[in-house]
Design a protein around this ligand. Structure first.
Ligand SMILES: Cc1cc2nc3c(=O)[nH]c(=O)nc-3n(C[C@H](O)[C@H](O)[C@H](O)COP(=O)(O)OP(=O)(O)OC[C@H]3O[C@@H](n4cnc5c(N)ncnc54)[C@H](O)[C@@H]3O)c2cc1C
Length: 526
């Protein structure tokens, strides 16, 4: 008997990764996407000869992508051309100083010896990366590539809590935050401000995020920062190509309004057009909180999910897409123009819930890596400033003009781009309200759920639902969290767990157990 297909709600990178993995393992898959494009936030804007990535721009951990392609016995290189970026970022500080972040740790320590007069900064950085490496190893061992919803799932507390595990738990410094850990290693305030910004990859405050997130630094020194030729948009296009080759069906412009889950078992979905589609199982790549509140509203699963913990949205952001008639030679591909005071900045964004008066601006200037993003001599400058998630009184149509001015002022002063306003030949913008409406996320959050809380901040809802049989979660608001590599890992975990749970009968090939087992093995093979 032919079983019903597996449904996926949403074609973000998490949804696409799940689709490819399930299809590679022989399942019949339908992806439902409310928008007319695939890839969710990894969208693209073409305007007057300029091409902008609209969402993610910094690609790390290519081993995650490699693993998904390996599921189907394919090579990532046949689908995507990646260029290594080193320096990884260029940082501009309020006092006029400039610092490059190099992938090689000893090259970076040498750079810091020249940069900082404060004794111990270079050595402190090297020791910080050693800690980061250990935390990354712990994440690989206990946290990555499996469905984890809390400490119990992570350490299997009931039967295998060994001395080695205890030592790993202690290394996680559960009593400390990212900011306090960084400052215990690195005395130079500018360097610690730069290192704080790894937590911006997960849209959370370094002053409230658990020290284990310091592991992100090592992920970047280990595997590097990459630019996909064609822009980040090339990533969802590569995954969509693979998915189509594996027989995945895509239904664009198809919103899912209801999950049918009577008796605590997924039965199907109802689309915005009123069609009922019977399904054997479902991966929701839609925000996990909205999945439960809106698509399962009124079911016991909604209450169980909402009672499990408090869910706080990660930060949102404003993006300016500026088509320029010139390039700024002092910029690298990725740049941070830092705020004058990280305490003040993060206090505004994460505690007061208001845009920071003197924000950090992230800039991507991609023309130096791929000239075709702009007409000759120009650049497609992307400027992202993190803001609080949407509060009821935030009206970005009213707030934007003044905040645009604040951002451009910062670029003119700390960023050294004095003539920027007169060099803009085309312009567009993405506000927190746009992010909320385009991607149906929680309160405009860019990065799913915040990672706040020294003890449990790193945990997100597990990829398998404990409340509804046949329901799985993938994306930035599910384990292991946001950012391109993590959401793709999330999609892989949801698919792997679904496959192993045997909720459907695979139509063909057995799981590809020959694929390398850890991210580190894949990195080594690269
Ligand atoms: C401005 C910006 C900058 C970023 N910068 C970076 C960066 O530099 N590096 C990095 O790694 N990450 C970055 N990120 C984060 C990264 O983009 C996200 O973590 C990741 O792309 C989210 O993927 P996802 O799988 O969670 O799905 P999403 O991209 O959120 O997609 C979910 C999809 O589901 C669809 N959907 C939702 N509900 C329904 C429904 N009911 N029916 C049908 N379809 C539905 C939506 O339309 C959407 O297409 C950035 C994000 C933004 C917005």
């Amino acid at each position: 008997m032919k079983t019903h297909p597996i449904g996926i709600i949403g074609s973000g990178l998490g949804g696409l990764a799940a689709a490819c993995t399930l299809a590679a393992r022989g399942h019949r898959v339908i992806v439902f996407e409310k928008n007319p494009w695939l890839g969710g936030k990894a969208a693209q804007l073409d305007r007057a000869g300029f091409r902008f990535d609209m969402g993610p721009t910094i690609l790390t951990l290519p081993s995650v992508l490699r693993r998904i392609f390996a599921e189907a016995d394919r090579r990532l290189e046949d689908y995507l051309e990646l260029v290594r970026l080193d320096p990884q970022w260029r940082s501009f500080f309020q006092d006029g100083s400039v610092l490059d972040l190099w992938q090689n740790v000893s090259a970076m320590s040498d750079e810091l010896k020249k940069f900082s007069a404060q004794p111990g900064t270079a050595e402190g950085y090297a020791r910080f990366i050693e800690l980061s490496e250990r935390l990354d190893r712990i994440s690989n061992k206990f946290f990555f590539y499996k469905s984890v919803g809390g400490l119990g799932d992570m350490f299997n507390l009931s039967n295998s809590f060994s001395v080695a595990t205890l030592s790993d738990v202690l290394a996680m410094r559960m009593h400390r935050t990212v900011a306090s850990t960084i400052r215990s290693f690195v005395p130079d305030a500018r360097v610690s401000q730069m290192l704080d910004h790894f937590t911006q990859y997960v849209g959370s405050s370094p002053y409230a995020s658990p020290a284990v997130l310091c592991g992100i630094a090592h992920m970047q020194t280990n595997e590097g920062v990459w630019y996909p030729l064609g822009g980040t948009r090339a990533v969802p296009l590569a995954l969509a190509r693979l998915a189509r080759e594996l027989g995945v069906e895509f239904r664009l412009n198809t919103s899912i309004e209801r999950i049918l889950a009577d008796g605590g078992q997924v039965r199907g979905v109802v689309t915005g057009k009123g069609e009922t589609v019977p399904l054997a199982a479902l991966v929701s790549n839609s925000d996990s909180v909205r999945t439960h509140k809106e698509l399962l509203g009124g079911e016991p699963a909604e209450r169980a999910f909402l009672n499990r913990r408090k869910y706080e949205a990660a930060c949102s952001g404003v993006v300016l897409y500026l088509g320029l008639d010139r390039r700024y030679e002092h910029l690298a591909h990725h740049n941070f123009v830092f705020s004058r005071d990280p305490h003040e900045e993060f206090d505004f964004i994460y505690n007061r819930g208001e845009p920071a008066p003197d924000p950090t601006c992230y800039l991507a200037a991609p023309a130096q890596t791929e000239a075709g993003v702009a007409p000759a001599g120009g650049d497609a400058l992307y400027v992202l400033v993190h803001t609080p998630y949407l509060r009821p009184h935030h009206d970005w149509r009213q707030m934007l003009p003044a905040y645009r001015k604040t951002i451009l002022e910062k670029l003119k002063t700390t960023g050294g781009m004095k003539d920027i306003e007169s060099r803009i030949v085309c312009e567009d913008v993405l506000t927190p309200q746009d992010i909320n409406d385009r991607y149906r996320v929680l309160n405009g959050a860019i990065y799913g759920l915040a990672s706040h809380g020294k003890l449990l901040g790193a945990f997100k809802p597990a990829n398998h639902s404990p409340d509804v049989r046949g329901l799985y979660l993938a994306g930035g608001s599910a384990h292991p969290g946001p950012g391109m590599p993590m959401v793709m890992m999330s999609g892989w975990i949801a698919a792997d767990r679904l496959d192993r749970d045997g909720v459907t009968e695979p139509g063909g090939k057995a799981p590809n157990h020959t694929a390398p087992e850890t991210a580190n093995e894949l990195a080594a093979a690269a």
